[in-house]
Design a protein around this ligand. Sequence first.
Ligand code: HEC
Length: 114
Amino acid sequence: MIRRALTACACVFGMACAIADEPADLLSPERVQRGHAAFGESCSYCHGENGAGGATGAPGLQGRTDLSAADIFATISNGRISGMNIMPAWGESLTEEQRWALVAYIRSMAGAAK
Ligand code: HEC
């Protein structure tokens, strides 16, 4: 129990740091490519192939100029639940860099520079 609480705290602080530590070269082609591969493994079964949108209540992630890099990072790290729609939290299963790679991929699909 205590260990669990400590882990949760570490996670909150770690995340605050991570947001401040957004990579300066977030949209480097190499990072976007890694994000694309990871998305195919962990995300596309809900969000659709290449983020085109799924049948599970998971929103499409293409052309999303409304989502900032920090928003996306927070959603991936913490997850989100609204009603029956559940976005799992990945903060403990993916490293920060893996999460930033996913952010980079999604931002790259916004069609706009950061
Ligand atoms: C089990 C299905 C599922 C999986 C797997 C999943 N998501 Fe989601 N995701 C959702 C749902 C459902 C929502 C919408 C939650 C809501 O309505 O608040 C969501 C929301 C999001 C959002 C916010 C979109 C918005 O409109 O604000 C982002 C970004 C996102 N997911 C990224 C990812 C990434 C990256 C992965 C892979 C690491 C992933 N998701 C894996 C179901 C999933």
